[in-house]
Design a protein around this ligand. Structure first.
Ligand code: ZN
Length: 265
């Protein structure tokens, strides 16, 4: 059965032979899928300007002999997220959104809320200026995707002794999957965090999609939040995530580099 007008986010493009392209896509109806674009590399008319990373497409897919591979019959761009390409820092911040959908979601299994979260995140990033705003958008994505894919963090009670942590001022986040109270022994890979950060992570998980785009990290807490979430995600997927390392380094560096250098005479 072929599908018509299916929305899909382009996660990765790989050349295949002289003229074809393999696409990894994320859809709400089927989760992550792979599709072959015949002539995708060459065809100037059919796919020109359409097949690019982070594009949201409306696609018509046809089945192939392999159940894991679709053929892209036609596609048009629903959202280009062009703003990402206008600022290297935005583009680097968006990298982990695509990489995690590619590496942490199962093939052809629908994942409730995941495409919506990715699109909210990319829309915020393509307008975002400065490390604080981009860092907030990325941290929300990382925290909420954990919950959506079933790797939730325990943020209400100490992971070791079970005491509620709502009133505690000194907390640690552990790669075991949640908060640890000040009375329990420290692990060597615990991250010491302010209580505001634990509240932020809980909100990133619990809020409705709309108010999510107004949620911001408390000032100065972006490196702490992203540092812990990156370590936790590496544990979850079991290997390094290159785009996440690049995004973190870019968001940490305080210097802003101008987009263009003024012409010299
Ligand atoms: Zn405890």
């Amino acid at each position: 059965m072929s599908t018509s007008a299916l929305p899909g986010l382009v996660l990765r493009l790989r050349p295949l032979g002289e003229s074809d392209l393999m696409l990894d896509l994320f859809t709400s109806a089927m989760g992550r899928i792979t599709a072959l674009a015949k002539g995708g590399k060459r065809s100037k008319q059919r796919f020109f300007g359409v097949l690019l990373d982070a594009h949201l497409l409306e696609m018509n897919l046809e089945p192939t002999k392999s159940p894991d591979l679709w053929r892209l019959a036609s596609a048009r761009v629903l959202a280009s997220h062009l703003g990402l390409r206008q600022d290297y820092r935005r583009l680097l911040a968006a990298g982990p959104v695509l990489e995690l959908l590619l590496r942490a979601t199962p093939v052809q299994a629908p994942q409730e809320g995941v495409l919506e979260l990715a699109l909210i995140t990319l829309s915020r990033m393509e307008l975002g200026n400065g490390p604080a705003e981009l860092g907030s958008a990325l941290a929300i994505f990382l925290a909420r995707l954990l919950a959506l894919l079933g790797y939730g963090l325990n943020l209400e009670a100490c992971l070791h002794c079970g005491r509620p942590v709502a009133q505690m001022q000194s907390l640690r986040l552990t790669l075991g999957g949640g908060v640890v109270c000040p009375s329990c022994p420290a692990g060597h890979r615990d991250h010491q965090v302010p209580p505001g950060l634990v509240k932020f992570l809980a909100a990133a998980r619990a809020l409705e999609p709309r108010p999510l785009s107004r949620l911001r990290l408390p000032a100065g807490q972006s490196p702490l939040a992203l540092g812990f979430l990156a370590d936790f995600w590496r544990e979850v997927v079991g290997h390094d995530l290159p785009s996440l390392g690049l995004a973190l380094r870019s968001l940490k560096s305080p210097a802003t580099v101008p987009h263009t250098t003024p012409p010299r005479r």
